[in-house]
Design a protein around this ligand. Sequence first.
Ligand SMILES: C[S@@+](CC[C@H](N)C(=O)[O-])C[C@H]1O[C@@H](n2cnc3c(N)ncnc32)[C@H](O)[C@@H]1O
Length: 254
Amino acid sequence: MHIRTKKWARPELAACPFYEPEGEERKGRWREAFGRPELPLHLEMGCGKGVSTAAMAAANPDINYVVVDISPDVLGDTRRNLVRACGGNPGNVWILFADICLIDRYFDREDGPERIYISFCNPWNEHPKHEKRRLTHPRQLMQYRKALRPGGEIWFKTDDDRLYEDSLCYFRLCGFEKTYETRNLAQSGFEPNYISEHEKKYMEMGVPIKFGIFRMTEQEPAFDPTRFRLTPGIRMNLLREEGPVDTGETIRIK
Ligand SMILES: C[S@@+](CC[C@H](N)C(=O)[O-])C[C@H]1O[C@@H](n2cnc3c(N)ncnc32)[C@H](O)[C@@H]1O
């Protein structure tokens, strides 16, 4: 995705009281960063311009949010959208500039978010070697596991069929159980749904949005997730089977 450089974004972020460019120091102490630390904590990975973030934060003052992106240019828009929707500092949001691939530098079990949102992340379908860059790859899911509180959830949305199917496999392998799914979010009646910039774009193109909620169980995967690649055979087994994952038979490390 090409991101246009915005001269105003960095200065505005630097002056923003709810922008965090050095989040590693807050690891394990994110709840204290909010005026009401007792509220539930939700994270958004790859928030982009924060179109849905702003609507969600304004509609849910009783939830604290940390929203993450790697691009200061889009985070500049996130800040503006939040200020517009909330009439100033929302009070329940921190914008974090960080690389999600290194997310365990920023959060741990002491933070214990109840929920993580991942919406319209890059599918990385072009080359098998790129698979591990997906934000739902086991390499990532294992990092989220270290932070999420027991029973915590990941809410995942995408336009991309292949990314969705592959992610179903990743979630199963990493000890997440599917508690909700729709292959057409707009027609499902699911509420509340805060429509993101990319979601709107794909809906206008007539692409059905795939959406699932995945709850973390206590079952840890018995393999090294950093090196995992989904072969066609493993994919077929995982999508066919409904029972517990037999990691010994279904996983091959490349
Ligand atoms: C396709 S956009 C989706 C934005 C938004 N979630 C939406 O649905 O409109 C993907 C966003 O994820 C961010 N992103 C991708 N990889 C990332 C990473 N490793 N760390 C942080 N942000 C990342 C990009 O900068 C971009 O803003």
